[in-house]
Design a protein around this ligand. Structure first.
Ligand SMILES: [Zn+2]
Length: 160
């Protein structure tokens, strides 16, 4: 008998192609798992940034991982019903981002204002005395900040 928890634990293996420490489950792009009585598994995913071209790759990776574990009756569905935002990154995911030296996005109250975009916690020294240098880092999903305490540039997973 398959359970949702079991499927989610298998999907922990699927990592964000750009951030190999972050699973799609922790990223919050797996929005739902449904299992019918005859063990057909449906995984619902929501795309993250329009600027992150990895969604097709992630979808195939989810399919491959299910098949690797003997789950051949599956549907992986991309759905825009529940739009992704960076608040959906789990606490475990935020911790992994920090270990990857990528500042996690601040949690916010569904209103993205300039304060939120400028706010970052330095992954090196945990200082919040930081300055936004450019809202676009090496990829559209990342911003560059400068830490005024340890005098280092660091990347942040942008709030969205
Ligand atoms: Zn610092």
């Amino acid at each position: 008998m398959l359970t949702k928890e079991h499927i989610l634990s298998l999907l922990e293996e699927v990592k964000d192609p750009e951030i190999p420490v972050l699973s799609l489950v922790d990223l919050g792009v797996i929005t739902d798992v449904e299992i019918t009585e005859d063990n057909h598994v449906t995984v619902n995913m929501t795309p993250t940034f329009a600027g992150c071209p990895a969604m097709d790759y992630m979808k195939k990776d989810v399919e491959r991982t299910l098949e690797k574990h003997g789950i051949n009756h599956h549907t992986v569905r991309m759905s825009f019903d529940k739009p992704w935002d960076s608040n959906k990154i789990s606490d475990k995911g935020r911790q992994h981002l920090k270990e990857f030296e990528l500042a996690p996005p601040p949690k916010y109250n569904m209103v993205l204002d300039l304060d939120i975009l400028e706010y970052a916690t330095c992954p090196n020294c945990n200082s919040t005395n930081t300055t936004l240098r450019t809202p676009f880092g090496p990829t559209l999903c990342r911003a560059m900040h400068y830490c005024n305490d340890c005098k280092q540039m660091f990347e942040q997973f942008k709030p969205l």
